[in-house]
Design a binder for this molecule. Structure first.
Ligand code: ASP
Length: 346
């Protein structure tokens, strides 16, 4: 098939998708990604120029770190003008964190960044990896009639679903449908045809703005998951983490927390030390409403910020990003309430 002038960069970071069975050791080993078309010969049928870049070493996504996101953003920035779209092959375990982080780091994004992976290695007969990879490439290359990308966002494609990356969470360690986007609809329905929901996709106000990569991230963030019976020692151990600047409280229901003086004093004392405190819910769907119950109102009065329907993944990486951009925690508090990359419903 003749080559079209569509250029796609496949970035392999690690994870199950890039594995195959090594007959000698009878274990799964990463295969050489520069030979991707040998493993997935179907790719040549696109007629695109698909180039592969592999991290060295590749990593299990449990080892993802801030420096990994910075490296990923650097590769995208370096290759941004040359490629029409990017497909990032990534382990599923922390894919939602990485997609969320990049959605904040890549400002003025006008090209598709499609994360995908698989539950079974691409070298296995029943793999879900081939379909995920092939559809991800199709989405990364899709353009509208005026030549603009149809999905100029950081997204996750997985098992016939296209999600805004910063709305996702890994939901199943077993099923091929590993992800859910509990508080935001899918961006496309994928069956025989791909039906993009363009009214839901975020587009730039004007096209042609240069990509701006925000590399600065501050990891001085902690997540405090509440449970009945939590002790003061546990809470203060977290709120007194050295260097802490941001605290996410995973509360009950619509943003409720214990009304005990002990608990509220811990949070009050943290806020007095200028720690930014964000309230998100442990519920999978729905949002924080701190006006609903006295237990939520008490937090609001202390100056806790409403995280609305944010996932933990989006909340954590948004705080990394905002604390990295601003030294003034008051600005961070104001920005936290804003919808920066489609991560909350306002
Ligand atoms: N442990 C693997 C990872 O996240 C699982 C996967 O790739 O799906 O890297």
């Amino acid at each position: 098939m003749p080559k079209t002038n569509t250029n796609i960069l496949l970035i392999y970071t690690g994870g199950t998708i890039g594995m195959k069975l090594c007959p000698e050791s009878d274990s799964l080993v990463p295969f050489d990604f520069s030979q991707i078309t040998e493993e997935v010969p179907e790719l040549t049928r696109f007629g695109y120029n698909i180039e592969a870049y592999s991290f060295d070493p590749v990593i299990d996504s449990s080892d993802v770190s801030i420096s990994f996101w910075q490296e990923l953003a650097r590769i995208i920035e370096k290759n941004y003008t040359h490629y029409d779209g990017f497909v990032i092959l990534h382990g599923t375990d922390t894919m939602s964190y990485s997609a969320s982080a990049l959605s904040f780091m890549l400002e003025n994004l006008e090209k598709p960044i499609v994360f995908t992976g698989s539950q079974l290695p691409i070298g296995m007969l029943r793999t879900d990896g081939k379909e995920n990879l092939i559809s991800a490439i199709e989405i990364a290359s899709a353009k509208d009639a005026s030549g603009h990308p149809i999905v100029p966002e950081v997204v996750i494609y997985f098992e016939s679903q296209l999600y805004r990356g910063n709305r996702t969470t890994k939901f199943s360690a077993e099923n091929f449908r590993a992800f859910r986007s509990p508080n935001a609809p899918v961006l496309a329905d994928i069956g025989i045809h791909i039906h993009y929901h363009t009214a839901l996709i975020r587009y730039p106000k004007t096209w042609g703005n240069p990509l701006k990569v925000n590399y600065q991230l501050d990891p001085h963030v902690a997540v405090l998951k509440l449970f009945p019976g939590i002790t003061e020692q546990t809470i203060t151990a977290i709120t007194h983490t050295p260097g802490l600047r941001g605290l996410i409280i995973e509360t009950f229901g619509s943003g409720n927390a214990p009304t005990s003086k002990t608990f509220l004093n811990c949070i009050k004392e943290a806020i007095e030390r200028d720690i930014v405190v964000l309230n998100i819910t442990q519920c999978v769907t729905g949002k924080v409403d701190m006006d609903a119950y006295a237990t939520g109102k008490a937090l609001q009065r202390l100056g806790v910020i409403n995280g609305l329907d944010s996932t933990t993944e989006a909340a954590t990486t948004k705080l990394f990003f905002l604390l990295g951009q601003y030294n003034d925690n008051e600005i961070v508090r104001q920005m936290l309430s804003q919808n920066i990359a489609g991560e909350i419903t306002k």
